[in-house]
Structure formats: C-alpha cells, structure tokens
Ligand binder design. Structure first.
Ligand code: ATP
Ligand code: MG
Length: 390
C-alpha cells in the first residue's frame, strides 16, 4: 500500500536562539524567508502556532523539491512532513491507523508533545493510550530505546499533527536578522564558504569580485558568478560587483617592490570594497582568510591589510583547518566550481616569494608614491553590478 501524501510540514527552530525580544523578529523573518522558499510550489499557507511553523500544502506541492529547498533555509532546526487531524484521541487513532497501513515494523514508540497545555490528556497519558491502541492493531511491541517506527504526535489548539521522521535543517539564524555585509569572493575554495557561514549567522551578503582584466581574462569572474548564483538560494537575491583590477595592479607594480605587491593589492581591494560597501549599506567586509594557510596570510599581513579599511573585516574561517574548509565546501556544493582552473588576479606581477610579514611603515612608504585616491576611483569606475535571483 502506498503512503498517503503529507498535507503539511511542521518546522522547528532552535528555541535557544530565541531568548527574549528577538523571538517575534526571528519568527517573522523566518516566515518571510519561507514564503519566498515555497514560491512556485503550489498554494501553501504558512501558520505560526506557538513554538513552531506550519506549512499547509496543497495537492500539487512536490514533496521532494519542497524538502530540498527547506534544507537550505537557515533558522530551521528540523522539519517533518506531517498529517493533520482534529484533536480528539479517536481522530488521532484513526489517522495513525490509516498511516500505519503502509508501514511494516516490529517495534514502535509514541512521542506526544502538547503545544496546547489545556488539552485534557497529558503527553504521557496520550502516549500510553495511543501505544496501547497501536499495539492491539499491529501486534508490534513498544521499544523506547531503538524503535522501528517513531510516531510523533503534536497537539496544537485546534488540530493534531502526526509524523514519523525529523529531517535535519541547516540550523543557524534566518537570513536577514543580523544585518548586511559585503563579501570579497575570489572564485577559490575559501571565500564562498566564508560567505555561506555569514548567511548562516543571519546576514544577507553582497559580493565583490576583482578580476585581472584587461591583463588577464575574466575567467575568474565567471566562477564568482556561478558561486554567487549557487549561494543565492539561501538569501533569494544577491548583488555581485565586478571590479576590473588589472590596470590598478599594473600601476601599483610600476613603483612597488615585488615582495610588497600582494599586500598592496589586498589593501586596494579593501579600499574599493569599502566604497562599494557604503553603496550597498553593508556594515562589514568578509574574507575567506585563514591564519597561516598561505604565506601571505600571517597575522602581520592580515593586520597591515585590514589597516586600509575602516569597516570591520570579519574572517569566519580564521580558526578552520584546510580539510574542514574543503569538507564544508563539498557539503555546501561550492567545491566543484571552486576547483576549476582560473586566472586569479592576485598572481599578476608577483614574485615567487612575497613578503610574509610586511611592515606597515614600508607599506605606507610604498603607497606614498601612489595616487591612492586616484587608483581607488579608477577601480570604482570599472564596477559592473549584476543581480542574481533564485
Ligand atoms: P580563496 O580560496 O577564498 O581564494 P585563498 O586561501 O586562496 O582564499 P587568498 O587567495 O590569499 O586566499 O585570498 C584571501 C581572501 O582575499 C579570499 O578568501 C577573498 O576573501 C579575498 N580575495 C582574494 N582574491 C580576491 C579576488 N580576486 N576578488 C575578491 N576577493 C578576493
Ligand atoms: Mg584564492
């Protein structure tokens, strides 16, 4: 016998993230994000009874697509395709009978939860009553430790929900509750993961990419675009600013000794990114930098690079191992794009051994020979913005 179609989905969020005044804002944002998530999947109603979110599906809603989309919605701890009925114990028993028809199992457990504390039976009493009922109908045994089937029952004020499985959501906070940031995305492995982690902490993320055009191809930009498109599923809409950086680099090279070039490139990237951040109303810059991963990412160099920007520079990967970052990139789905070959602009005109500990004095001296303002302006004049949608 085939399983009946679920008519709803119960969504649970982490209660712990919801202390105090944040709760209504968090739930409202999560609900808004869910509305965008389910768009195009039929007429779905979204309700917010205490402590959870409910989706009422229609007959057309494609379950697998819906589940896949829900797995990308930050703020969801877990979710369950579910079946609704009225709250009388007899109605719940009848629904459970109907649902169990399509299942074979030797052991089971009932897990009842009351969202509505005025319900005449306690959770325990309902567990016992339903347990006895299922035992009589199916001859299966109760096993609380390792049941073949768990029958979850949630009692709300006007209805009961029955479901069997809890699917893991991605956790985190709903995108939009923590403000807006601008991520420097390179096309490599790390910066997409850093951007993802910021979204997971509730930020919306804008993106900026620097390519070496006209001295290199725009291949890295295509990768950045693909990565941004992929990440957009978590926030529904993204902006990517592409900066042609090759000419700025060429002018830096004319007067800056080779060992300092990478650090100077980065300082100019931060300056240009900061101007774009103001346009985007972003309140921090994000990078995929990671302490000691490559010679240029020493504490000394990170400090000197950051000195060029006034906005805070956040580095969500600072404490990660490279293996952890790669694992994350694979789970998130950015890895296959990131490892495609490209022409990274940072490798333009640099020596095999860039400085591992640039001194701010030396850097400022080198920059004093440059028209800093003019170079930033020149970079900004090349900016092209593209908008991405899910
Ligand atoms: P990634 O894997 O993100 O490229 P990485 O380990 O290769 O990082 P670097 O290439 O040194 O490290 O870059 C450090 C950080 O600087 C990147 O994570 C990214 O945030 C930023 N960055 C580097 N190159 C670019 C670029 N071309 N455009 C935008 N941001 C960049
Ligand atoms: Mg890189």
């Amino acid at each position: 016998m085939t399983e009946p179609r679920p008519d709803s989905v119960v969504i649970h969020y982490h209660e712990i993230a919801l202390k105090g005044d944040n709760r209504p804002m968090f739930v409202r944002r999560l609900t808004d994000n869910l509305r965008k998530t389910v768009s195009g999947l039929g007429k779905i109603r979204i309700l917010t009874p205490r402590g959870r979110i409910l989706l009422y599906l229609d007959d057309e809603t494609p379950g697998p697509i819906l589940n896949e989309r829900l797995c990308g919605v930050f703020g969801i701890a877990n979710f369950s395709p579910a079946y609704r009925c009225s709250t009388e114990p007899e109605a719940i028993e009848a629904l459970v009978d109907r649902l169990l028809d399509s299942k074979t199992f030797k052991t089971f457990r009932i897990s009842a939860r009351r969202g509505d504390k005025t319900y005449p039976l306690t959770s325990m009493e309902l567990n016992v009553r339903l347990g006895r009922h299922v035992q009589e109908k199916t001859m299966a045994r109760v096993d609380l430790e390792n049941p073949g089937v768990t029958i979850h029952v949630e009692l709300l004020q006007r209805e009961a929900l029955v479901y069997f499985e809890k699917l893991a959501g991605p956790g985190g906070l709903p995108v939009g509750v923590s403000g807006h940031v601008l991520s420097l995305i390179s096309g490599g492995i790390d910066s997409p993961v850093a951007s993802y982690l910021m979204m997971k902490r509730g930020c919306t993320v804008g993106f900026v990419h620097f390519h070496g055009y006209p001295h290199l191809t725009k291949a890295s930009l295509e990768k950045a675009e693909e990565l941004v498109q992929h990440l957009t599923r978590h926030q529904f809409r993204s902006h990517l600013y592409a900066v042609a950086f090759g000419e700025v680099q060429r002018l830096i090279v004319l007067s800056v000794p080779p060992p300092l070039r990478v650090v100077l490139y980065r300082r100019f990237m931060h300056r240009i990114a900061e101007e774009i951040a103001h346009r985007e109303r972003a309140s921090a810059l994000i990078t995929g930098e990671n302490l000691g991963q490559v010679a240029s990412q020493t504490l000394e160099n990170l400090t000197v690079i950051q000195e060029a920007a006034r906005l805070p520079v956040l580095r969500p990967l600072i404490g990660f191992d490279k293996e952890e970052i790669i694992d994350r990139a694979k789970t998130i789905g950015t890895y296959p794009v990131s490892i495609q070959p490209d022409q990274d602009c940072c490798r333009l005109f640099i020596p095999p051994h860039p400085s591992v500990a640039a001194r701010l004095d030396d850097v400022l001296k080198a920059e004093s020979k440059l028209d800093v303002h003019g170079l930033v302006k020149m970079g900004l004049e090349t900016v092209e913005m593209r908008e991405f949608h899910v």
